[in-house]
Ligand binder design. Structure first.
Ligand SMILES: Nc1ncnc2c1ncn2[C@@H]1O[C@H](COP(=O)(O)OP(=O)(O)OP(=O)(O)O)[C@@H](O)[C@H]1O
Length: 320
């Protein structure tokens, strides 16, 4: 680095080194001097900052030092309602807010954030790919909500392109979806599960409500991580596979029997129905296959039923 002596251009006296990044007043001749050519006056900066925060007062949720305007209701779970929101300020950001229901267990959203942060911090093979396919938390805190009550709030990055949950898809169809679509949904979840199981995690609550679908990319995002645990528990991981098989059975059912169990549509190909039945009944078989083995089993059954895989457009709402 070339040594630099800072001298006042008017009287040649030495200047303090702050002259490199801000205006200083020469103590000898009183001139205001700066080295920087891209000078921003503090008053202008302050005014711009205040302008950028002008929307804060109108925002409905404050969390982690930021303010958010809710735009649309996305859904509700057992413990929180979920909304799409914009961060107010000069650099807006689209986010998803989870706002705890009144009386929801304290700290549940903080726990969900801690789990999501750990999943993002994992450094397993494939982390660069799979961490993009897991929810990302931004902040957690508490905020006054619309009813004036203080509520826990979790801010999540908005995963673009996701339409809604598989439960919403099933509701929109009111009958079984095409089994070819259930195949990619199932396999997408199994890919992510193979990764998280390798890190010792189990999700614990894999239901259609916790699987968001990306129709254009044939993607599925697993949400609802507040019940996840990292105990390297093979039985719990097998339970994830059993739960997932039941979720897929629900997607492939035309109706539910009096006990609430989904009844597989007769249009489900036999090879696929066999894997579905066994995976939903036989935890030991699930444990022996693991998520990756299950993904291959589903792929094999789909190949038997439909031939080589090919992309078919998926609509989350029925067209007829
Ligand atoms: N990013 C999203 N885009 C669209 N809908 C979403 C999104 N996140 C959540 N939802 C909807 O909100 C519902 C509730 O979300 P989530 O399961 O995370 O809440 P929860 O209160 O933690 O639920 P529970 O405690 O019952 O598991 C989901 O089932 C889904 O319908």
């Amino acid at each position: 680095m070339t040594p630099l002596t800072l001298l006042c251009p008017q009287c040649g006296s030495p200047l303090p080194r702050q002259a490199l990044w801000r205006i200083v007043t020469c103590t000898y001749c009183g001139a205001d001097v700066t080295h920087s050519e891209e000078l921003v006056h503090a008053a202008d900066f302050h005014a711009a900052y205040l302008r950028s925060r002008a929307g804060d007062a109108a925002a409905d949720i404050a969390c982690g030092g930021q303010h958010y305007n809710t735009i649309a209701h996305l859904g509700a779970g057992g413990s929180a309602s979920v909304a799409l929101a914009n961060r107010s300020g000069a650099v807006p950001q689209r986010v998803v807010l989870k706002i705890a229901h009144a009386g929801a267990p304290a700290g549940q959203l903080a726990r969900e954030k801690a789990i999501l942060d750990q999943l993002q911090a994992d450094d397993l093979p494939g982390a660069a790919y799979f961490t993009q396919r897991l929810p990302q938390a931004v902040a957690v805190g508490s905020s006054a909500s619309a009813d004036g009550q203080q509520r826990d709030v979790l801010v999540l990055r908005h995963p673009t392109g996701f339409w809604g949950s598989l439960a919403d898809v099933r509701l929109a169809y009111g009958r079984a979806i095409d089994a070819r679509h259930a195949v990619w949904m199932w396999r997408r979840v199994l890919e992510v599960l193979a990764y998280v199981h390798a890190g010792g995690w189990s999700h614990g609550r894999l239901s259609p409500e916790h699987l968001l679908v990306h129709p254009a990319d044939h993607g599925v995002l697993i949400i609802g991580w507040s019940g996840a645990s990292r105990r390297h528990d093979r039985a719990a991981q097998a339970r994830d596979l059993v739960q997932l098989a039941w979720a897929m059975r629900a997607m492939l059912s035309d109706w539910f029997d009096p006990a609430g169990e989904p009844v597989l549509s007769s249009a489900t190909p036999a090879a696929l129905a066999w894997v579905l039945e066994r995976a939903s009944q036989d935890a030991a078989w699930c444990a022996s296959l693991g998520a990756e083995g299950m993904r291959r089993a589903v792929g094999g059954a789909a190949k038997d039923a439909f031939g080589p895989a090919r992309f078919i457009d998926f609509s989350p709402t029925p067209s007829n």
